[in-house]
Design a protein around this ligand. Structure first.
Ligand code: AMP
Ligand code: ZN
Length: 466
């Protein structure tokens, strides 16, 4: 079945294909690098990673741009407090963000674009908006006049008619009911850093960076624009107003928004103090892939309640799958092929793909995997699983892992415990005794893949971590 997404703009589930050729032009809003990102942020970034992988599984290529917001009120405040330049300050958190993404196995977008490297482009866009009568300047700052854009409110589905009063706002985030003219260019306050430009000294507001960088690298109309639900208003509404006023074309065909990661009924956020960074959880001994699994397991349009129990069950689910894989690779089943089981494998694989194509329904996709694992394990216990059934089952696990990417243990998180390694070594010794050298070599290679080196000595097998 064709790939379908819920589009916030139309409020409908729609079939997705790129507008032209086979390449998806996608823009997603990236982090504000003022501190370490928390796992609420990473829920949204994990959703974007799943989106990328599902688009690719559907045969599309990607041209995906993500911004790094490396100038905003919080960054300036913190950099001043740390007595660092903006660049010094943001470098630390940009690198930390990229390291965390790598630990969570999030693919890098084709292009990562820092806002501060695009200031002249933003200035030019603000001038162009001025030429089109969409702006006004007051006390050195330049504002976007939302009354000049008739479609204002079409993404958040707010009716702002009669409410476009000309009230202004300087901060980047504000409440839904408040339709305000927003700052495109902010005049520096006493002692604040600024860029000199043709529209005066200042720095860009948050919204203009995304419009400018998206159009610059992806063209006037994107296929997909995505982010967290908190960005629908005002950020994405403002991006639409700016971009469509600049080009006269629809800014993005699809708008996808991920719901929040919650803690005891509240959004996980820095300001509430109810957050964990990835580093916090890894330091407590949780594997990054358990966190990835947890974040991926709830469909993106449902709020995800974070608990430590949930995280522990994620680890148990991964273990089940790894054990199943190991069993497929090492159990010696009777020769032949169980046709019924082969058909069952194909059916599970189809259910998996269809669930993901149905607006990334990861919960149903996982249900298809676990029901299959249960059936296949029972068939193995009953001696009904045949040697020639293993490749298709392994291929299905491969398909699962091409999206969820949790089967390979992270080297840093310890991977196998000593007891697990001893057990594998004993299995290898038994295989060797039984002159099953193929199996003993496979076990040695699998251990090596996980950074464990075996040495055959006179007094037995010794092992060490690389
Ligand atoms: P920021 O670094 O604050 O610009 O946020 C980066 C991304 O994280 C944005 O797309 C937000 O929508 C998203 N985000 C922030 N808090 C949460 C949360 N609790 N759950 C899910 N996504 C979030
Ligand atoms: Zn943005």
């Amino acid at each position: 079945m064709a790939l379908r997404f819920y589009n916030t703009l139309s409020q409908q589930v729609e079939e997705f294909t790129p507008a032209s050729d086979n390449t998806v032009r996608m823009y997603t809003c990236g982090p504000t690098v003022y501190d370490f990102a928390h796992i609420g942020n990473f829920r949204t970034f994990t959703f974007v990673d799943l989106l990328r992988k599902c688009l690719r599984a559907n045969g599309f290529q990607l041209n995906h741009v993500m911004n790094i917001t490396d100038v905003d009120d919080k960054i300036i405040r913190n950099a001043v407090a740390a007595r660092q330049s903006l660049a010094e300050y943001t470098k630390v958190y940009t690198e930390a963000f990229l390291e965390d993404c790598a630990a969570l196995r999030l693919e890098r977008p084709e292009r990562l674009v820092p806002a501060t490297e695009h200031i002249p482009d933003m200035v030019a866009a603000i001038q162009q908006l001025g030429d089109g009568q969409h702006t006004y300047a007051t006390e050195g700052s330049v504002y976007f006049k939302i009354a000049s854009f008739p479609g204002y409110g079409k993404l958040s589905h707010n009716d702002f008619s009669g409410n476009l009063t000309g009230a202004r706002v300087d901060v980047d985030e504000y409440e839904k009911a408040d339709a305000r003219d927003f700052a495109l260019w902010k005049t520096p306050k006493e002692g604040e850093l600024f860029w000199d430009s043709a529209i005066g000294p200042g720095r860009p507001g948050w919204h203009i960076e995304c419009s400018v960088m998206a159009i610059k690298y992806l063209g006037e109309t994107l296929d997909i624009h995505a982010g967290g639900v908190d960005l629908i208003f005002p950020h994405h509404e403002n991006e639409i107003a700016q971009s469509e006023s600049l080009t006269g074309k629809p800014f993005s065909r699809f708008w996808l928004h991920a719901e929040f990661l919650m803690v005891e009924g509240q959004k996980m956020s820095k300001s509430l103090g109810n957050y964990f960074t990835l580093r916090d959880l890894v330091a407590k001994g949780h594997a990054p892939e358990s966190i990835r699994y947890l974040l991926a397991s709830v469909p993106y349009r449902k709020a995800l309640n974070f608990t430590m129990d949930g995280l522990r069950s994620a680890a148990i689910s991964i273990d089940r799958l790894r054990n199943f894989k190991l069993r497929l690779e090492t159990d010696r089943c009777a020769e032949g092929l169980n046709q019924q089981l082969l058909a069952r494998t194909a059916q599970a694989s189809q259910a998996f793909t269809e669930s993901l194509n149905d607006d990334l329904n990861t919960a149903e996709a996982l249900a298809a995997v676990f029901e299959f694992v249960r059936d296949a394990n029972s068939a193995m216990d009953a001696g009904e699983f045949r040697a020639a059934n293993a490749p298709a089952a392994l291929e299905f696990l491969g398909l699962f892992d091409s999206i969820f990417d949790v089967l390979q243990p992270s080297a840093k998180a310890g991977g196998l415990s000593d007891a697990e390694i001893e057990a594998r070594v004993a299995e290898r010794t038994a295989a060797k005794k039984a002159r099953d050298f193929a199996l003993s070599d496979r076990i040695r290679d699998q251990l090596l893949e996980q950074g464990i080196i075996l040495e055959d000595t006179k007094s037995g097998v010794r092992w060490k971590r690389k």
